[in-house]
Design a protein around this ligand. Structure first.
Ligand SMILES: Nc1nc2c(ncn2[C@@H]2O[C@H](COP(=O)(O)OP(=O)(O)OP(=O)(O)O)[C@@H](O)[C@H]2O)c(=O)[nH]1
Length: 379
């Protein structure tokens, strides 16, 4: 992967690689609002970020995205085509997009002189990203090439009960395990309630126990024990209180991001460098297997030669061979980003026919297979 050289270039005195900030969190925690606020903040500082939206089902993006999954994968078409519900549609769309993620990596690499940060908004259904093959592919691709950190957005106003707080922290802990990246908890909505109570609960076991004293259920006993277990997790956790709506706490947010990047360089980078080398050496064997699994997951439309659709062509598995970018949104950078703009024009020209062909072919294959299945049953 061409972008893979990015991390190594720092040591060689090359351009600073951008920091990839993966924004995760439960539905409604404020991910999109926070990304919007971060984009505005960085633009205000004359450091426009590169922005990627990975939520195929979002209606309206309140921020300008350089790469928007919705330009490449039509979520509603995917739902119709594969006969899926909303969640299945989101998972499949992200899977399809992940099969093209090498192109995204190249776009990010091209931006390393101009953008210090790459902000990545993820689907509201958090498990779609954290517990899917595509989430692993995307996270590993980013982290093996660029310093990458996870920001877990938490709705502070909905975590004031010690039991809800604990379940949120356990979730955060499971994401830490899953992503294997430096981790920041952004306690959002501090305009409603200050996050100091939560920080106190994490730092002072007794205060948390006191808060739990009003609860006498089995769950409260379990929560008591869990708070002891999580002590180690809390002690190394980076926490920052923010209000995405007001834009407060953002300076501290970026201080925590810098610390997380140091942690990435110190503790995670050697591991990801090893992974990158292994991937390069083995021709991304693991990724290929995952992609293969994804393709199998696509069910009846997986690779199969039919006389109607012509010979099997794995390149037609995705909705488009090309990831669309929207170039830069900064006038002053237009010169340095002309490549992206050119791509945009050519890719847009290819996108619509490619997507229509893909849909037509897969539909024919699907109907043919269904008809064959009914025939078999009747026999
Ligand atoms: N009071 C307050 N409300 C907020 C804040 N951040 C987000 N919200 C509100 O919370 C709701 C959800 O915000 P989103 O940014 O859409 O949350 P999300 O996590 O992206 O939601 P999904 O797309 O469903 O995953 C919206 O009504 C926001 O206006 C905040 O800092 N303070």
């Amino acid at each position: 992967m061409a972008a893979a050289a990015a991390v190594g270039e720092v040591a060689a005195g090359g351009p600073e690689p951008p920091v990839c900030v993966l924004v995760l969190g439960m539905a409604g925690s404020g991910k999109t609002t926070l990304v919007q606020r971060l984009v505005a903040h960085l633009h205000g500082q004359g450091a426009p970020p590169y922005v990627i939206n990975l939520d195929p089902a979002v209606h309206e993006l309140p921020f300008p995205a350089n790469i928007d999954i919705r330009d490449t994968v039509k979520y509603k078409e995917v739902m119709k085509q594969y006969g899926l519900g909303p969640n299945g549609g989101i998972v499949t769309s992200l899977n399809l997009f992940a099969t093209r993620f090498d192109q995204v990596m190249k776009f990010i690499e091209k931006r390393q002189n101009t953008s210090k940060y790459v902000l990545i908004d993820t689907p509201g259904q958090i498990e779609v990203f954290t517990w899917s093959a595509s989430g692993t592919i995307i996270t590993e691709a980013l982290a093996s090439s660029f310093p990458s950190v996870v920001v877990y957005v938490m709705d502070t106003s909905r975590s004031t009960s010690p039991i809800t707080f604990m379940s949120n922290m356990l979730y955060a802990c499971s994401i830490l395990y899953k992503t294997k990246l430096p981790f920041i908890v952004a306690m959002n909505k501090t305009d409603i309630i200050d996050h100091s109570f939560a920080v106190e609960w994490m730092q002072d076991f007794e205060t948390f126990q006191d808060a739990l004293n009003q609860e006498t259920t089995y769950v409260s006993n379990l929560t008591r024990s869990m708070s002891l277990v999580l002590d180690e997790f809390y002690s190394s956790l980076k926490v920052v209180g923010v209000s995405a709506v007001l834009g407060t706490g953002l300076d501290e947010f970026f201080v925590q991001v810098s610390k997380a990047v140091e942690e990435y360089e110190r503790e995670y980078r050697p591991e990801y460098e090893r992974l990158r080398k292994k991937l390069e050496k083995a021709q991304s064997k693991q990724q290929k297997e995952q992609l293969e699994r994804l393709r199998k997951d696509m069910g009846p439309v997986s690779v199969e030669s039919t006389s109607l659709a012509g010979p099997a062509d794995t390149s037609a598995m995705g909705p488009s061979d090309l990831i669309l970018t929207r170039g830069t949104l900064d006038d002053e950078e237009e010169d340095s980003d002309t490549d992206d703009i050119d791509h945009q024009v050519t890719e847009e020209r290819h996108e619509e026919p490619a997507f229509k062909n893909f849909m037509q072919e897969t539909r024919m294959k699907y109907h043919k297979k269904c008809a064959r299945g009914v025939g078999d049953i009747q026999k």
